[in-house]
Design a protein around this ligand. Structure first.
Ligand code: AKG
Length: 211
C-alpha cells in the first residue's frame, strides 16, 4: 500500500505490518520538545480525572483537556470533558503539524501521563463524528513511552489478536501519523510502565466533522 505521505519514515517495528502508521522522528528537535512539554504542563489547567457514568464513579488513569474550533461537538469529549478554546501555544503546534502532514485539524485531545502509572487502554479512535476514515496526528512530548498496536478483533478473533501486539517507543518530539484506514483495522494503547517516573504529554490532532 502506498504511503499517504512518502516523506514520513515508518518506524522499523511498525512498517513490518502496519502500513498506515508512520512516525516522523524529531518532528520537534529534542530541546524544543522539552521546552514545549514544560510550557504545556504549566499552562494547561488540568481538570479532575474522576467522572461518573450512570451513577458509577470512575478514575481516568491520566489527565486530559479537549480543545476544538467553535461549533465542533464530539461525544467522547462531551462525556468526560468540556470543550476549551485553542490556546496560542496549541494553535501554533497545530499549524506546524497541519503544514507538515497536509491535513487540516479542528480539535486536539491533550493527554498528560504524570508518570508510568498513567496509561491509556486499548481503543480505536473511531467515533462517528470523525467520519469513516479519520487521519490523526499524534505528537509526543516529554518522557519516552511505549506505544502498542494490535489488529482489531472481536469474539474468537480477540485472543488471536492479543498475541499479535507490535510496539514502538515514542520519544519527545516524535510525530506519529495514524493514516486513513488505521482505526478500522487496528487498536492501540500506551501501557503502564512502572519503572517510568517522568511525565509525558501527548497531543492527538483530529478533524471532527461539523454538525
Ligand atoms: O498517548 C498516546 O500516544 C496515545 C493517545 C491516544 O491513544 C488517544 O488520544 O486516543
Amino acid at each position: 500500500m502506498n504511503k499517504l505521505i512518502p516523506s514520513f519514515t515508518a518506524s522499523s517495528t511498525a512498517s513490518s505490518a502496519i502500513d498506515r502508521l508512520s512516525v516522523m522522528s524529531d518532528f520537534y528537535p529534542r530541546a524544543e520538545s522539552e521546552e514545549l512539554y514544560q510550557r504545556l504542563r504549566q499552562q494547561q489547567t488540568w481538570p479532575d480525572n474522576h467522572y461518573e457514568i450512570a451513577g458509577r464513579r470512575f478514575r481516568l488513569p491520566r489527565l486530559q483537556t479537549w480543545h476544538a474550533d467553535t461549533g465542533i461537538v464530539y461525544s467522547y469529549s462531551n462525556n468526560l470533558l468540556q470543550t476549551r478554546p485553542w490556546t496560542a501555544l496549541l494553535l501554533s503546534i497545530r499549524r506546524r503539524v497541519e503544514q507538515r502532514v497536509g491535513h487540516r485539524f479542528n480539535a486536539v485531545l491533550v493527554n498528560y501521563y504524570r508518570n508510568g502509572e498513567d496509561y491509556v487502554g486499548w481503543h480505536s479512535d473511531d467515533e462517528r463524528e470523525m467520519g469513516a476514515a479519520p487521519v490523526i496526528a499524534s505528537l509526543s512530548l516529554g518522557q519516552a513511552r511505549v506505544f502498542e498496536v494490535r489488529p482489531l478483533g472481536n469474539g474468537a478473533c480477540r485472543s488471536a489478536a492479543a498475541g499479535n501486539v507490535q510496539s514502538l517507543t515514542l520519544h519527545s518530539g516524535d510525530l506519529l501519523l495514524m493514516e486513513a484506514g488505521f482505526q478500522q483495522h487496528w487498536e492501540h494503547r500506551v501501557p503502564a510502565q512502572d519503572a517510568v517516573t517522568g511525565g509525558r504529554i501527548n497531543l492527538t490532532f483530529r478533524y471532527v466533522l461539523p454538525p
